[in-house]
Write a protein that binds this ligand. Structure first.
Ligand code: SF4
Ligand code: SF4
Length: 88
């Protein structure tokens, strides 16, 4: 089960997590054209290796292993997935 970025990232989006991910599965980065258009960052569930390194980097505790997501944020599983599906 991948890690998932939930609501606290919205409005924070400081990209601290991007730098520590060993498989570069957190997007959009500041260099990508979609960066200014999204409310938050998203984890590619097909690429995430569940290393957990991003969790402690996040200043607002927005990142959870999918199974530990607080109930009100379960919908973020789909929200993270949808970002990558829409990219094709
Ligand atoms: S758990 Fe590891 S692989 Fe998955 S997004 Fe975080 S840093 Fe990247
Ligand atoms: S570190 Fe947290 S708040 Fe910053 S971009 Fe990553 S998930 Fe969002």
């Amino acid at each position: 089960m991948p890690h998932v970025i939930a609501e606290p990232c919205v409005g924070t989006k400081d990209t601290s997590c991007v730098e520590v991910c060993p498989v570069d599965c957190i997007h959009p980065t500041k260099n990508e054209p979609t960066f200014g258009k999204t409310d938050q960052l998203y984890i590619d569930p097909d690429t995430c290796i569940d290393c957990g390194l991003c969790v402690d980097e996040c200043p607002v505790k927005a990142i959870f292993p999918e199974e530990d997501l607080p109930a009100p944020w379960k919908g973020y599983v789909q929200i993270n997935l949808d970002f990558y599906k829409s990219k094709g």
